[in-house]
Design a protein around this ligand. Structure first.
Ligand SMILES: [Zn+2]
Length: 78
């Protein structure tokens, strides 16, 4: 059974504060931001059923997940 809003569990961009993050899967544009590299990166997902993501660039797990627009807004990426 496929939950219709699994991705809500993945949003951990706490810097967004009180602003409600609308995470609409249909918008696509899911991306991963490494807080250590301070940029959008590709990630490994060592446990396919888990919510752990590892930055391919630095190997860190300090990854925020969200829509591209949400992350750009939160981290002021141009
Ligand atoms: Zn990184």
């Amino acid at each position: 059974m496929k939950s219709m809003s699994n991705y809500n569990d993945l949003v951990n961009v706490e810097e967004l504060g009180n602003k409600k993050t609308e995470f609409n899967e249909e918008r696509g544009d899911v991306c991963f931001y490494c807080k250590d590299c301070k940029k959008i990166v590709e990630v490994e997902r060592p446990n396919p059923t888990g919510y752990v993501f590892v930055c391919k660039e630095c190997g860190g797990k300090n990854i925020a997940i969200g829509t591209k627009e949400g992350i750009k807004d939160a981290y002021r990426i141009k």
